[in-house]
Design a protein around this ligand. Structure first.
Ligand code: ADP
Ligand code: MG
Length: 549
């Protein structure tokens, strides 16, 4: 039969070279990656079979079989999932399509040591097989198709594809283990690896060693178990699996909602910032299951965009099993689940904020800018989200709540003042702040683009108006000056000479300005720009210009 030879995409070749030559000590994770893929493949078929029952050909008992062949020095990982056709093989195993690996590649430094440690953080999926094998063969047949295929590569830049009549539905990977990787032919060693990394996999992982066969994992979906039966490591491993992430989750939320709507949520807030947080699609990353059957990871209505940093699964008891992705749009049950999830997540965040201010500050630095979108977008929750928000202000270097700022207001101060700009450091130096600092008035420093939207929309906090320092209406006259700051202030300018100066400025600047006014908001700078009350802020104007609006 004709053998077709192909080259790996250049990035894959580079990645493979790194994988093979890395001194990476934790090679055992190859098994986690391959079992994870096998489990994903079974989930995919189970979903498709909901609407196309004949796809399973009567075999809907999903399982993963890992077979040891000591004589041949091979390890086989076989699943009866969705499988791949020729096109899939070329696209999935010859190029880097998945975002995680692309991100991994973009972080490569060329420094072998640093790059090696990156593998541990990201995981490189299928390609990790080449850490332990000098040849990988994939025999596979896609569900619903009759033609089988065999893909073979030594990971050195090329792979071959041939037709294969013997291929069963699903995928069967045969790893020809390197001499130094023969420890992975040891059943005891394999069992402990599977237990450690793959216990949460929802279908049986069966280890076959000669005559003996044994199901090694618990084979019950992790989220269906009770909290007390799940260890911290198991929660973390499951996070790595569902999120395709390798950091430690900062927060794990696992609960069962009972009542009008029944569902289980196992949600994680990552410990570090995913790279795609600010992509324009603002997609959520939760996996939706119905009665433990995977449905989709693209249920847009499951979570509002401002919680898109969450990872994890939601398993509904109420949705019909054969629900299609289209039917999920504007689905009333989904809408109720969403309301429940939002409520739960915000209340868990509140608890964390109260119990662990420092940890919460880390969370805020990673995801605050995203969460704040909710103030603008979620009318019902905006007060809760403002209360969860943290701000840099002119009072010290730490984070403050708006309540803190209100608590520190000066006698006679009527409003909460804020300044918007590109960075806290630049804002601290802004002449716009001088008059406020002179009177000891705390100013909230806002640097996220979203601040330009939610602040005007909210308008006030605790009965105190939010007013920009650049707003002409910012009136400081009722606030007594700080004696210290006052002493440093230069002699008062004579009113007469000030009038002459204002007239000269107006004449000179003409149409470029609307008005020139004497103000008590400056101490050492001579002039600053302000806007009319209610007008677009200067920072927003700059932002919009930058985006050609
Ligand atoms: P990821 O799992 O993050 O998508 P991998 O490198 O692990 O990335 O796998 C790449 C792709 O190859 C998968 O997305 C999937 O489409 C395909 N694939 C891998 N293993 C299997 C398998 N056992 N059955 C079917 N498809 C698979
Ligand atoms: Mg994978």
């Amino acid at each position: 039969m004709a053998e077709e030879k192909r080259e790996f995409q250049a990035e894959v070749a580079k990645l493979l070279d790194l994988v093979v030559h890395s001194l990476y000590s934790n090679k055992e994770i190859f098994l986690r990656e391959l079992v994870s893929n096998a489990s994903d493949a079974c989930d995919k078929l189970r979903y498709c079979a909901q609407t196309q029952a004949d796809l399973t050909g009567g075999d809907g008992e999903y399982r993963i079989r890992i077979t040891i062949n000591k004589d041949a020095g091979t390890l086989t990982i076989a699943d009866n999932g969705i499988g791949m056709n020729k096109e899939d093989l070329i696209n999935n195993l010859g190029t880097i399509a998945k975002s995680g690996t692309a991100e991994f590649m973009s972080r490569l430094t060329g420094d072998a040591k640093k790059d090696t440690s990156l593998i541990g953080q990201f995981g490189v999926g299928f390609y990790s097989a080449f850490m332990v094998a000098d040849q990988v063969a994939v025999t596979t047949r896609k569900a619903g198709e009759s033609q089988g295929w065999r893909w073979v590569s030594d990971g050195k830049g090329e792979f071959t594809i041939t037709e294969d009549e013997s291929a069963q539905r699903g995928a069967c990977l045969t790893l020809s283990l390197r001499e130094e990787a023969h420890e992975y032919l040891d059943a005891f060693r394999l069992k402990s690896i599977i237990k450690r990394y793959s216990d949460h996999i929802a279908i049986p992982v069966i280890l076959v060693d000669g005559e003996t066969e044994e199901t090694v994992n618990s084979a019950s979906a992790l989220w269906t178990r009770s909290k007390s039966d799940i260890t911290a490591e198991q929660y973390t491993e499951f996070y790595h699996h569902v999120a395709h992430a390798f950091d430690q989750p900062w927060l794990t939320i696992h609960y069962k909602a009972e009542g009008a709507i029944e569902y289980t949520g196992l949600l994680y807030v990552p410990g570090s910032k995913p790279f795609d947080l600010f992509q324009p699609e603002r997609k959520n990353h939760l996996k939706l299951y119905v009665k433990r059957v995977f449905i989709t990871d693209q249920a847009d209505d499951l979570l509002p965009p401002y919680l898109r940093f969450l990872r994890g699964v939601v398993d509904s008891q109420d949705l019909p099993l054969n629900i299609s992705r289209e039917m999920l749009q504007h689905n009333p049950i989904l809408a109720k689940i969403k309301t429940g999830l939002v409520k739960r997540v915000l209340s868990e965040l509140k608890k964390k904020a109260e119990a662990d201010a420092e940890g919460y500050a880390g969370f805020w630095e990673n995801f605050g800018a995203v969460l704040k979108e909710g103030i603008y977008e979620d009318f019902e929750r905006k007060t809760d989200i403002v209360a969860l928000s943290r701000f840099k202000t002119t009072h010290g270097d730490g984070w403050a709540t708006l309540d803190d700022v209100v608590g520190r207001m000066k006698d006679g101060q009527e409003a909460i003042y804020y300044a918007t700009g590109d960075s806290v450091a630049a804002l601290r130096k802004s002449p716009q702040l001088e008059g406020f600092l002179a009177k000891g008035i705390e100013v909230v420093l806002l640097t996220d683009a979203i601040d330009e939207f939610w602040v005007p929309a909210v308008g006030e906090w605790n009965g105190k108006k939010l007013i920009a320092v650049t707003d002409g209406a910012a009136d400081l006259s009722a606030v007594k000056a700080d004696p210290e700051a006052e002493a440093a202030k230069p002699e008062a300018t004579e009113a007469a000479s000030l009038d002459t100066l204002i007239a000269a400025l107006k004449l000179n600047l003409g149409d470029k300005i609307k008005d020139v006014r004497a103000s008590d908001r400056l101490t050492s700078s001579a002039v600053c720009l302000v806007t009319d009350s209610g007008q677009m802020s200067l920072h927003l104007e700059k932002l919009l210009k930058a985006h050609n609006q």
